[in-house]
Ligand binder design. Structure first.
Ligand SMILES: Nc1ncnc2c1ncn2[C@@H]1O[C@H](COP(=O)(O)OP(=O)(O)OP(=O)(O)O)[C@@H](O)[C@H]1O
Ligand SMILES: [Mg+2]
Length: 335
């Protein structure tokens, strides 16, 4: 009898939720919700909710129910999962889907259980969890089965994660509760100090994506943004250049290097020499910052390369992992 059960990989990220079936991306939306505060009821989600940021009346709050990759608002996350799953499988959950949901490396068993239960509560039949860098490694087809070291760096919205994998397992890993959202805040702080203008979080993210860079040796771009004068409180515009963003992001970039070094210290030397030969794969939205590969290659002394599908490989790998449960089971977090 043919199986009607859908098998979905869900990259439940701090900033974005991506759903894949096999290698096909079915949904890619911000992990944002707009909630009616009185009733604690979700009124909008995804891009539509993110677009409401800073534009809603007091009774509505727009936020991300995950912080640093872990569930901060359980009920809302479960509800959001319900919506995204229904969106991809249709309203009639006759055959409840099987899910592989990503979690950051090194989160607690309580945090893992919350994700597991949210998946079941959202209408799934069976829920498995996978560490995001391991899913990414599968999604970019790294050869993780042989006894050879592979390193992945995932730069997300709320986490930076590094893992070394071999023999279908994670050998060493590290997670920092930092990432793109912190970078946006660093841009806000830098622009306020340098130009006396306060810009919004949304504007800071746009600046980072349009003119941002990790190193000065890229084409310099500029853009004019609207903000608020720090002293008078009046509207004020400011021209921001790539150099400004490079300056703003240095501390955060250095933190990534420290994290990678910490993971390398825990990695057996044989595997380090494999990584030196093969290079480090960069994935996650943060790796789209111009020059980040060049920066990490220089600072780490290991070639760092961008993958083709940095924002979708984790969800694709999660979906593929459902067909590899026999070999991956020992590596997956227990629930
Ligand atoms: N061109 C770009 N330059 C710099 N940063 C970018 C660019 N495009 C996207 N980003 C950043 O990538 C981050 C989102 O990446 P991603 O979707 O991989 O995170 P996530 O998986 O939701 O978060 P996490 O894995 O930390 O839970 C955001 O902070 C976003 O600003
Ligand atoms: Mg992620």
């Amino acid at each position: 009898m043919p199986s009607f059960t859908r098998e979905l990989g869900i990259d439940l990220g701090t900033s974005n939720t991506v759903i894949s079936e096999g290698k096909e991306i079915l949904l890619h939306e911000p992990t944002s919700v707009a909630v009616l505060l009185d009733e604690w009821k979700m009124v909008e989600w995804g891009q539509a909710a993110k677009d409401m940021t800073g534009r809603v009346p007091e009774m509505i709050e727009v936020f991300n129910p995950l912080q640093h990759g872990v569930i901060a608002e359980y009920e809302i996350t479960e509800n959001l999962l319900k919506y995204v799953i229904r969106k991809v499988v249709g309203p009639m959950l006759l055959f409840r889907p099987k899910l592989m949901i990503t979690v950051p490396c090194g989160i607690t068993s309580v945090e893992c259980r919350a994700v597991h239960e949210a998946g079941l509560g959202a209408g799934s039949r069976e829920v498995y969890l996978i560490q995001a860098p391991l899913a990414a490694a599968v999604g970019i087809d790294l050869p993780i089965a042989p006894p050879t070291g592979n390193m992945v760096i995932c730069l997300g919205g709320g986490t930076n994660q590094v893992a070394v994998m071999a023999m279908n397992n994670i050998i060493s890993a590290g997670t920092e509760r930092s990432g793109g959202v912190k970078m946006d805040q660093d841009i806000i702080d830098h622009i306020r100090k340098k130009y006396g203008v306060i810009i919004s979080q949304i504007t800071a993210e746009v600046v980072k994506m349009r003119v941002g860079a990790a190193v000065q040796e890229v084409d310099s771009l500029e853009m004019e943004v609207q903000g608020q004068d720090q002293v008078t409180g009046l509207p004020s515009s400011v021209e921001i250049s790539s150099e400004d963003v490079v300056e703003a992001l240095q501390d955060e970039l250095e933190n990534i290097v420290v994290l990678v070094r910490r993971v390398l210290e825990k990695t057996p030397p044989e595997l380090i020499s494999d990584i030196m030969d093969r290079g480090v794969a960069l994935c996650g939205g943060g790796t789209q910052l111009r020059g980040v590969d060049r920066y990490l290659t220089k600072e780490l002394g290991i070639p760092a390369y961008l993958v083709d599908n940095p924002t979708t490989c984790t969800a694709q790998g999660a979906a593929q992992s459902l067909t590899m449960l026999d070999v991956l089971q020992r590596a997956l977090p227990p629930v």
